[in-house]
Write a protein that binds this ligand. Structure first.
Ligand code: C5P
Length: 232
């Protein structure tokens, strides 16, 4: 889909509306995460969809398979274009979730989180996962692929490994994007838009680099043309 989703990491609909006014007349693809969803709920997601935004609902579902399936059945009714689960929930959960989603939505893409882009090797050790990050990410991606999901969320630094191990067409949605020379914040594995494109990312998620910019529209337009303009 080659989307550039702006991560709406805001706490209220008012803040979102004020931010979107700064981007007019663009109607960007948007990522609604837990903070905004728990503040404003499904009605606001429906509102964004009605306004013509493609929405990635990033709720990272992770529960027992039946609960996860029933949850995804409900998410499928919101009209979002993309949503996700944690691959750590296991293959049976991912299969159940895909079944639930297809009960209510034929088109919503479903992807899995492999490892959060704030996770590094030390954190894997803390979690008692005794493998190299790239092996862990590739394994989780393979499980998602075998469960029939459309792709994974992953760092742009993990895409090459995943492409080597998953079916062609498997989608790689990459957060942790930073324009050259900007603050990494809490992200540990970051890349530029150009790096992500060259590494085979299929979609991008960009938050603070746009939402906290002095002129979000200028930054959005620059990043979008960098994303759309560079051929792999
Ligand atoms: O501000 P920044 O560009 O770092 O925002 C990245 C967004 O992508 C955040 O909303 C974060 O929750 C999300 N995300 C991530 N890593 C993942 C999955 C989602 O950073 N693996």
């Amino acid at each position: 889909m080659e989307q550039l989703y702006i991560a709406l990491d805001f706490q209220s609909a008012d803040q979102v509306e004020r931010f979107l006014e700064k981007l007019a007349p663009h109607r960007p693809a948007l990522k609604v995460g837990m903070e905004l969803y728990y503040a404003e709920g499904p009605a606001f997601v429906r509102h964004l969809v009605r306004q013509g935004h493609d929405v990635f609902l990033d709720l990272k579902v992770h529960d027992i398979p039946e609960t996860a399936r029933r949850t995804m059945r409900v998410i499928g009714q919101l009209g979002v274009e993309l949503t996700n689960v944690h691959a750590a929930g296991g293959k049976a959960m991912m299969e159940a979730v895909l079944t639930g989603l297809r009960e209510t939505s034929p088109n919503t893409r479903l992807i899995a989180v492999t490892q959060l882009t704030s996770t590094d090797q030390d954190m894997l050790t803390d979690l008692m996962i005794p493998h190299a990050m790239d092996e862990v990410v590739a394994h989780y991606a393979r499980e998602a692929d075998q469960a029939g999901l459309d792709g994974v969320v992953c760092s742009a630094l993990d895409t090459t490994h995943i492409k080597a191990t998953c079916r062609s067409g498997f989608q790689l949605v990459t957060p942790g994007i930073r324009p050259n020379g900007t603050d990494a914040n809490d992200q540990k594995r970051i890349a530029t838009v150009t790096d992500a494109r060259r590494n085979g990312a299929t979609d991008l998620v960009i938050g603070r680099a746009i939402t906290q910019a002095k002129d979000p529209k200028v930054v959005y337009e620059a990043l979008l043309s960098e994303w759309k303009g560079i051929k792999q």
